[in-house]
Design a protein around this ligand. Sequence first.
Ligand SMILES: Cc1cc2nc3c(=O)[nH]c(=O)nc-3n(C[C@H](O)[C@H](O)[C@H](O)COP(=O)(O)OP(=O)(O)OC[C@H]3O[C@@H](n4cnc5c(N)ncnc54)[C@H](O)[C@@H]3O)c2cc1C
Length: 469
Amino acid sequence: VAFKPLSASAVRRLAGICAPERVVTDPALLVDYGHDESSEPACLPEALVKVLSAEEAAAVVCLAREERVPLTPRGLGTGLAGGSIPTQGGILVSTELMDQVLEVDAGNLMVRTQPGVRTVHLQAACAEHGLYYPVDPASLDDCSIGGNVATNAGGARAYKYGVTGDYVRGIEAVLADGSIIRYGGKLHKNVTGYDLNKLLVGSEGTLGIITEITFKLVPKPRHQIDVLVPFDRLAQGVELCLRVIRDSRLMPAVVEFIERGGIAACNRVLGTCLPFADAAVQVLIELEGNDRQQVLADCVLLGETAMELGAREPLVADNATDQERLWTARRSLAKTLKQVYPQVTAEDVVVPLSELPATVELVAGLQQKYGIPIVPFGHIGDGNIHVDICRTITDDGKWQRVRSAVINELVDFVLARGGQITAEHGVGSAKRHLMKRALGPAELKVMRNLKQALDPEGILNPGKVLPDD
Ligand SMILES: Cc1cc2nc3c(=O)[nH]c(=O)nc-3n(C[C@H](O)[C@H](O)[C@H](O)COP(=O)(O)OP(=O)(O)OC[C@H]3O[C@@H](n4cnc5c(N)ncnc54)[C@H](O)[C@@H]3O)c2cc1C
């Protein structure tokens, strides 16, 4: 698609649609909007527009169409796939000022929210009414709930509670033709026609701008106990995760792991926040329920299983202070790796559970083979392993070659084992070149047809998700 540069008259019209102070064109003020948290190259928009409503967003979309300029939706820019980087310039539509939780409807177990609300604030608003929005990406303090919907974000509790899309019950969105659709609502079930919620969930800003979401909520169990289990061998930690998952007597909310490289980065940046600094791996399991005695009994069972596998004495965190300490470390993991290394490429593979031992072993082997830190961690209970490839090579050309070689081996391996290239971070611009390996021509054709039907001029977030022909 041939786009045009954004003209001065178009900028004036944008200022007429939104207030002039919400239209930014000064490159110095756009620097923070030219990147996300991935290692994708930065690229500035020609204009940033901070919309306040679906109607404003729709008017901006109509203008972009008329002017033939691309348009990239943006939440709070914590993405790890380059999705909100305006790689072709044009207009960046930020939802950051649409930051109101509109209604917590305790009677219907629903919350209605604008997209720019931080996930942590949405959770807090629901908690005030004794309700739980359980999806908890590690970035929850910094990311927007609209961004979570657009990437179908997961998190540690996805093991028990599922991902963002599992809670979406209604969506309002602006499509590429400027129309505003409202699908679903405060309904726990709804199969009226094609599921437009599902279509927009995970669409990474390529099919519409999400302007309001209705989520279902759940009650929160009264008691939580976190158990951190250290092992001297990586394989033992993986085995514990598998046993816990397959043991019907245990119903954990969280099954996470942190390998040695991640433990070291956390402790280096945050001080010794994680005990057992010399462990090869630490497994973090959260047990929960309404009956405290039952949760304690589960804890004993977990401890016995861990000791059978050769664990060291686990750390049990059963009060808010200890739990916060553990979770601060876990949530900061990706950030601390970025502080230790000048560049980190975050891979996000997912495999069937039975392939976890081999996948973790592969990553350890890649680290040996290429002689760079490659840190696996994350949501192992879902089969989702974050593989952070950390730059220690100064020469640019060599680093690019080594990085590509690692990614290629990892991707070939997981695809051969029935896995996929991303479980929660999305494709964005970072993984677009892998899509022809990840999906067949028939599946890609369906996706291209959907994109063509909804956005024939290709103005919404071009250069993302779908590969070039
Ligand atoms: C330290 C760290 C930890 C993280 N941990 C997790 C984790 O545990 N789980 C997880 O899933 N992710 C995680 N992420 C990735 C990231 O936080 C999520 O992808 C998050 O959902 C992005 O939200 P955002 O508001 O920052 O969106 P952005 O980065 O601004 O945008 C992400 C994508 O969504 C689109 N988008 C944003 N808002 C809208 C909208 N209103 N309408 C349409 N499209 C929109 C953008 O175009 C882009 O394609 C982590 C990131 C960091 C830096």
